[in-house]
Write a protein that binds this ligand. Structure first.
Ligand SMILES: Nc1ncnc2c1ncn2[C@@H]1O[C@H](COP(=O)(O)OP(=O)(O)O)[C@@H](O)[C@H]1O
Ligand SMILES: [Mg+2]
Length: 416
């Protein structure tokens, strides 16, 4: 009854009112004050939430039990004091306390109810003497208060613990399903990357050989015609220089497609970030990008291939610099983390550029996806590949207009 939320009257309230109405008209005492007190008790129980619902939960609970103890005492006082047949009304504050408090709170509130009841002994003892039978009866009544309080309290605590366990289980379940979804997305991306990598490797290889022949032949032609036919020689020169350009491009495809040789060594990650930042600042000495660093202390050593990991950060920072030609800030935070049951380090790279639209979030990790005029679109796919090879992952959270934010997780030592 204590945690009723709704303000509307339910069938429980109606039943409760009927019981109190019967109590009010039933003998042994048919008196208006008793009836009024019973009505007040009923109304307070039903409208408790409206009356004191706005208070903090600690105050609300205390006031609820106090008011009920006071009303119970009033009823007992009006209906025969220590001999009142209505003394079981004290079960109301006792049970309320048992549902609202822990074991110690319940005992204390029950003690208060007992003390209020026993206080009626003081005037009674001035007129009568307490017989052994009377004392025993009083002790019995009080014992039942405690018995009920303890039983209800145990039951409530158990059900509270159960619902807590259920809540925790539901939380873990939703966390696990989120992890599963992310892992599936990562796996899809890896498969796509691997397939595209193989395809481009095959293509590049097939293109490279004839390209070599074309270039060689054009060079020879150029050499032979240079004296006799300079115009044709110039054309042959174009063929050879364009073939060279194509060859360079194909070389980059191949770089991307070639399986990476990862040589991990245990080392701290922050010096690699520092090195990448230095490279970028040398590349864009005039960039108006403020760098913010947050490195947690006591970061663990990680199995990293320094050259590849540096390449990850160079690519990410380059994208961030390119996304903020007018300036902005680049925040890099590094902290120990536990993800999916693995311990490691999470690096967050966040810029204040335009961010990445929702529809491009999956695509940006695909090879050759670029929105830049001179971009190749290989940076992020390379980053994703290196992260895969380090058994980590990279994820993007970017709200359009609030910059791009990449999270990278590097697992540490294999868990024992
Ligand atoms: N920090 C960033 N802010 C905005 N867009 C980004 C950011 N990083 C990557 N992108 C988007 O992802 C695309 C792919 O990036 P990338 O693979 O590095 O290739 P490239 O830089 O050659 O375009 C970019 O063209 C850009 O549209
Ligand atoms: Mg790039």
């Amino acid at each position: 009854m204590a945690d009723r939320k709704g303000a509307s009257i339910t069938w429980v309230d109606i039943t409760w009112l009927i019981i109190l109405a019967i109590l009010a008209v039933l003998p042994p005492l048919n008196e208006i004050h008793k009836q009024i007190i019973l009505v007040v008790i009923g109304l307070f129980q039903i409208f408790e939430n409206r009356i004191i619902g706005r208070l903090s939960s600690g105050r609300r609970n205390a006031i609820s039990v106090l008011v009920k103890t006071a009303l119970a005492t009033l009823l007992v006082w009006h209906s025969g004091e220590i001999n009142s047949p209505y003394y079981p009304i004290y079960y109301l504050p006792v049970i309320s306390a048992a549902t609202l408090y822990g074991a110690m709170g319940t005992i204390l509130w029950t003690l208060l109810a007992c003390a209020s009841y026993c206080a009626f002994l003081i005037p009674a003892l001035q007129e009568y003497q307490l017989t052994i039978a009377g004392g025993a009866e009083l002790a019995l009544n009080i014992s039942f208060f405690f018995l009920v309080a303890v039983i209800v309290n145990r039951f409530v605590i158990e059900s509270r613990q159960q619902s807590l366990r259920r809540e925790k289980l539901a939380e873990t379940l939703s966390e696990t399903s989120l992890l599963l979804e992310q892992a599936q997305a990562d796996a899809r991306r890896s498969e796509r990357l691997a397939a595209l990598g193989q395809l481009s490797a095959g293509l590049a290889h097939e293109i490279r050989n004839p390209l070599g022949v074309i270039r060689g032949s054009a060079e020879m032609l150029n050499g032979k015609l240079l004296q006799s036919d300079p115009v044709t020689a110039e054309l042959a020169g174009y063929i050879s220089s364009e073939a060279e350009r194509l060859n360079h491009f194909v070389g980059r495809f191949l770089d991307f497609a070639r399986p990476l040789q990862v040589k991990p060594e245990f080392q701290p990650i922050t010096p690699l970030i520092d090195r990448a930042l230095k490279t970028l600042q040398e590349r864009w000495p005039d960039a108006k990008v403020a760098i913010e660093r947050h490195d947690s202390p006591n970061l663990p050593l990680l199995p990293l291939d320094d050259e590849l990991v540096e390449r990850i950060f160079i690519n990410l920072f380059a994208n961030a610099f390119e996304a903020m030609p007018e300036g902005g800030s680049l925040r890099i935070s590094v902290e120990s983390a536990k993800r999916g049951g693995r311990r490691g380090v999470e690096v967050e790279v966040a810029d204040t550029g335009p961010g990445i639209p929702q529809e491009q979030r999956e695509q940006i990790f695909n090879p050759f996806f670029t929105t830049k005029k001179t971009g190749l679109g290989l940076g992020l796919s390379m980053v994703a590949k290196i992260m895969d090879d380090h058994k980590g992952w990279i994820r993007l959270t970017s709200e359009p207009g609030h910059g791009a934010r990449f999270h990278l997780f590097f697992p540490g030592r294999e868990q024992t």
